[in-house]
Design a protein around this ligand. Sequence first.
Ligand SMILES: [Zn+2]
Length: 106
Amino acid sequence: MSYHLIEVTDASANIHCPHCQQAVVNFANEEYIQPCKHTLFIALNIGFEYVADRFEKLLPKSVDELHEDLEQDIFKIVSAVNINDMTIVKSDLGVMDMFRYTGFSK
Ligand SMILES: [Zn+2]
């Protein structure tokens, strides 16, 4: 597996793309999900908030199927996807064991 993991402990911090610096999770906006072209996915433990077409094609199952099976560990699924130079930002939501995972690649 080839990915870099960046851990963020501040749940209220915006999440910026490491390639173009866009705030792809921007809590100042009502529409706080603002994916850039480098964004592969934005997911919580319990499901995806956003998936790029090019990333969805690489998933072992469709997003709908993954959502039906809530036993699935989203992080295990996304981190196993074989894509070059993936960066995953793991942000602590400050609620028990809840994280947001945001994936990027060029
Ligand atoms: Zn970007």
